[in-house]
Design a protein. Structure first.
Ligand code: NDP
Length: 294
């Protein structure tokens, strides 16, 4: 069997195109969606992500503003900036790019963002809302994107056994919350694995849908996948490749070559979950703006 490729890139393009008229409608009602992205320091990967988010906003018609602060910024200074953005009526969504420099307490910063502008969905209020299935909560962009990919590529979620490898607050845990919900895109039986899980391959082999969010290049091998399972690869890892222009290339947490002969469908890296994450950030920004239009 050769797995069907679930192209996040294509689904993301369709979803972004569908958002444009919605944004147009808000503009006609006098509100231009506005997203402020805060970047502290010089992390090269963060700089790339922030640039990609800015470009995607611009293309969709969302006003986006990137505020760059030096590495030595104090927590106090960052909190003051967030207070200003919280109060700014032209800013509907606030995103603080992680990771933050070590002198800044990440949780304190995430809690300072107004929950109704927290388009990343990391404020405890939104985490709680998502956990109890309250649709006014912002769903974190990556798991929200994975859920949309599954839905839009016709994968049966309801009743399926989903195994998620990874329990981070950004991916694994909210992914479990979304797929557990008693609603469309939910109703799955969910198992969450992590570094202390015993006999991981036997658990992953019991999955109808296997979601890898580990952060280790090609960790999930073909023999860890049940024949016919759907495999979603969230991982983004750099591996050295002297033949590549930059000297490295991006690979997922799944050994794509080994997995594609076993799975029934699989997401590629790049071009899989990544574009969906940015798309769902745009959706969350529009959701945040709509609150002010009603
Ligand atoms: P974290 O490092 O926060 O979490 C990794 C998780 O994997 C942890 O729960 C950890 O377990 C688990 N893990 C690590 N080693 C093993 C192992 N040997 N066996 C089983 N579980 C293990 O990573 P993130 O969730 O932030 O990100 C995961 C991946 O997804 C990364 O590659 C990241 O780059 C990528 N990513 C991609 C995005 C996209 O848009 N495409 C967005 C966000 C992330 P424990 O909790 O026990 O330590």
């Amino acid at each position: 069997m050769l797995a069907r490729i679930i192209s996040g890139k294509e689904i993301a393009e369709e979803m972004r195109a569908a958002l444009v008229p919605e944004i147009e409608k808000l503009k006609q009602a006098g509100i231009t969606p506005g997203l402020s992205v805060v970047l502290v320091g010089e992390n090269p990967a963060s700089q790339v992500y922030v640039r990609m988010k800015g470009k995607a906003c611009e293309k969709a018609g969302i006003h986006s503003d990137t505020i760059k602060l030096p590495t030595e910024t104090s927590e106090e200074e960052l909190l003051e900036l967030i207070d200003r953005l919280n109060a700014d009526t032209a800013v509907h969504g606030i995103l603080v790019q992680l990771p933050l420099p070590k002198q800044i307490n990440e949780q304190r910063v995430l809690r300072r963002v107004r929950p109704d502008k927290d388009v990343d969905g990391f404020h405890p209020e939104n985490v709680g809302k998502v956990a109890i299935g309250d649709p006014t909560g912002f769903r974190p962009a990556t798991p929200y994107g994975v859920q949309q990919m599954l839905l839009r590529s016709g994968v049966e979620i309801e009743g399926s056994h989903v195994v998620i490898v990874g329990r981070s607050n950004i991916v694994g845990r909210p992914m479990a919350s979304l797929l557990l919900q008693k609603d469309k895109g939910g109703n799955a039986t969910v198992t969450v694995c992590h570094s202390r899980t015993k006999n991981l391959p036997s658990v992953t082999r019991s999955a109808d849908i296997l979601i890898a969010a580990i952060g280790k290049a090609r960790f999930v091998t073909g023999d860890m996948i049940r024949p016919g399972a759907v495999v979603i690869d969230v991982g983004v890892n750099r591996v050295n490749d002297p033949t590549a222009e930059k000297g490295y290339r991006l690979v997922g947490d799944v050994d794509f070559e080994g997995a594609k002969g076993v799975a029934s469908a699989i997401t590629p890296v790049p071009g899989g979950v990544g574009p969906m994450t940015i798309t769902m950030l745009l959706y969350n920004t529009v959701q945040a703006t709509r609150q002010w239009a009603d």
